[in-house]
Design a protein around this ligand. Structure first.
Ligand code: GTP
Ligand code: MG
Ligand code: ZN
Length: 304
């Protein structure tokens, strides 16, 4: 009798449980999206003592209470943790640059790409403000198109937004890039109901750097979760060993093991397959020069 009662209780309990993703967390309140609706949840007591914080992007199991309130009963294992912004389980980084205004800075683009690669996050390059270019020409595209996914958009005319929407579906994405390239405008265009919210958010950001910023995932109507981030105009290379750098340039990485020297850094070594590929035009010259620039920077850093 007791045993049956226990089994029944377990069955009914598990029937009521709902799986979802944490969109944002504010002082003990967790807003969880179950694919359709949002739940305001507290955290079951025992989690509060655990070291790991529950972040936006964490997958959780909640027990619904009254209305849209619930309790988080379980935090599912986390695949990845991004530090900046603090989001768990990020699938891709949408690296947004403007075709013009501001002009794209390729060195900065390459730093963003390295950061994505180090964090195990798939990069998607988005050139926005295509409406400001003559017949959609963006010089930099050819440098990246062969080795990265690239979309060209205009938040103003709507160009390319369908492709972007498609790329965001079913994934957790973080928008990153310099200030003023149109990250928030694109998100508004993808989610019309959002406009007020982001306007508020950017006002808050302008008011002061000391207010705590909360990262928030936004559930897009077509599916997919996205986080906006404030732009920054410089990005330090992370603490890489020089020999790790080639692995973060896909077009260089494919030559692994093809050079005369096993530990070739593709700089001044003889018999370098990468340098031959640059000379014959198989690797973009500007990307290679950027690689050498980063290599120098990492080597100099190690000297001190
Ligand atoms: N012409 C044109 N202007 C755009 C486009 N997208 C955004 N803008 C404008 O660019 C300016 C900056 O846009 P934001 O969306 O605030 O840029 P952001 O990347 O979010 O900037 P931060 O929040 O500072 O990082 C605004 O004046 C937008 O109206 C576009 O596709 N074409
Ligand atoms: Mg913005
Ligand atoms: Zn080499």
């Amino acid at each position: 009798m007791t045993k049956n009662w226990l089994v029944n209780k377990l069955l009914t309990n598990s029937e009521n449980l709902i799986e979802g993703v944490v969109l944002r967390a504010y002082s003990g309140h967790y807003y969880v999206h179950d694919g359709k609706e949002e739940w305001e949840c507290s955290l079951r007591g025992r989690f509060r003592h655990e070291k790991q914080q529950v972040l936006a992007g964490d997958r959780v199991v909640l027990r619904p209470g009254c209305g849209r309130f619930g309790v988080i009963e379980q935090v599912l294992p986390r695949r990845t943790t991004l530090v900046r912004p603090p989001v768990a389980n990020v699938d891709q980084a949408v690296i947004v640059f403007a075709a013009r205004e501001p002009d794209p800075n390729p060195g900065l683009m390459d730093r963003f790409l390295i950061m994505a690669s180090i964090n195990g996050v798939d990069p998607l390059i988005c050139f926005n403000k295509a409406d400001l270019t003559k017949d959609g020409q963006i010089d930099l595209i050819s440098r990246y198109r062969e080795n990265y996914r690239v979309v060209v958009t205009s938040a103003k005319t709507g160009e390319g937004l369908d492709l972007l929407r498609e790329a965001l579906q079913g994934k957790v994405s973080v928008f990153a890039g310099p200030s003023g390239v149109g990250k928030s405008t694109i998100l508004n265009a993808l989610h019309p109901a959002l406009s007020l919210k982001t306007a508020e958010l950017s006002l808050k950001l302008k008011r002061g750097r000391h207010t705590t910023r909360h990262v928030e995932l936004i559930a897009l109507p077509q599916g997919g979760l996205v986080a906006d981030t404030p732009g920054f105009s410089s990005l330090d290379l992370p603490d890489l060993k020089p020999e790790e750098l080639p692995g973060h340039f896909p077009e260089i990485d494919v030559y692994l093991g093809k050079c005369y020297f096993n530990r070739c850094l593709h700089d001044r070594e003889p018999g370098c397959a990468v340098k031959s590929a640059v000379e014959s035009g198989l690797i973009d010259q500007a990307r290679y020069l950027q690689y050498l620039g980063f290599l120098k920077e990492l080597r100099e850093r190690r000297r001190y």
